[in-house]
Design a protein around this ligand. Structure first.
Ligand code: ATP
Ligand code: MG
Length: 290
């Protein structure tokens, strides 16, 4: 039972994001290790409350990072989320050390993310921010979806265009589907999560953000052009197996109505290949980065 910050002992900082800091903490009573995300209320109180509501609903999937407790940190701390500690950090950390991952490992990661999305979408939740730093991993090779700061409950078709002039969001926007750049386009939102997974899968394969050229630092125009009119998947993943290329193409179909759904992709030949060797391969890949 964690009711206050004083019950927890801060050990280190795991990450800092937009208005939030994530700490590694231990429980003063039991010594158990957790991750504590402290989100300052700031000017965006509604989005903090929404993240808390969503986190309290998504507690029974092994592919979603579990939140055990939410409480008000008091003072100017903000809202506190006590979460299971993912001891190997994020896929972003792994990629920054490892560069390229094998197709077997990518297949395993994609399977885990699809199962997490299947769980969320069944609850009518869209994540809206699938990217390597929001996919957390353990030394055992588990992969789970985290960070519900951008998530929404779907209630019928919505216009989800999020064009903003805030340069700070370029990292997140890089994984956003074409329909999210289209003013006035209505979409169901679910297909956007599938697009982002496709970008992540290609990034794991080529070892860099795949939608712009190597070494190119994307400005807004380059990025939006790459997402909406960019190269074919084949020209980026030249050496990939036919199953992998086909999987990426189904995720990165520009027209969201024609894109693969989570249910379809869970039956794709690239997915669910060998779960046991998948988790073992990923665990040894993670071990080699530590
Ligand atoms: P951003 O705005 O960059 O997406 P954020 O402020 O929304 O970040 P999170 O994405 O939830 O915050 O967490 C930021 C980072 O902290 C993650 O990328 C990860 O490295 C680390 N982190 C978050 N939660 C955990 C956890 N449960 N276990 C281990 N590390 C974590
Ligand atoms: Mg994040």
């Amino acid at each position: 039972h964690h009711h206050a910050l004083s019950d927890l002992n801060i050990l280190s900082v795991l990450g800092r994001g937009n208005g939030a800091t994530v700490y590694k903490v231990s429980d003063n009573q039991t010594g158990a290790i957790y991750a504590l995300k402290v989100v300052r209320f700031g000017e965006n109180v509604e989005s903090v409350i929404r993240e808390a509501e969503i986190l309290q609903r998504v507690v029974s999937s092994e592919y979603v990072v579990r939140c055990l407790k939410v409480f008000d940190g008091g003072g100017d701390h903000g809202l506190c989320f006590v979460m299971e500690y993912m001891d190997a950090g994020s896929l972003h950390n792994i990629l920054s050390k490892k560069k390229r991952l094998s197709e077997n490992v990518i297949s395993f990661i994609a399977t885990c993310v699809l199962r997490g999305l299947q769980y969320l979408h069944a609850l009518q939740l869209v994540h809206r921010d699938i990217k390597p730093s929001n996919l957390l991993v353990t030394m055992r090779g588990e992969v789970k979806i985290a960070d519900f700061g951008a998530s929404r409950v779907v209630a019928g078709p919505t216009s989800s265009c999020v064009i903003s002039t805030d340069g700070a969001c370029i990292g997140t926007c890089a994984y956003m589907s074409p329909e999210r750049w289209d003013v006035g386009e209505e979409c169901d939102g679910y297909a956007g999560d599938v697009w982002s997974l496709g970008v992540v899968a290609m990034e794991c394969y080529v070892g860099r953000f795949p939608l712009v050229g190597p070494g190119q630092k994307p400005d807004w125009v380059t990025l939006v052009c790459a997402i909406c009119f960019g190269e074919n998947v084949e020209s980026v993943v030249k050496m990939g197996s036919p199953e992998f290329v086909s999987f990426c193409k189904r995720c990165l179909e520009r027209e969201w109505r024609n894109r693969g759904t989570v249910e379809e992709l869970l039956l794709h030949p690239f997915v669910n290949k060998s779960e046991i060797s998948g988790v073992e391969d990923f665990a040894s890949c993670i071990a080699s980065t530590h």
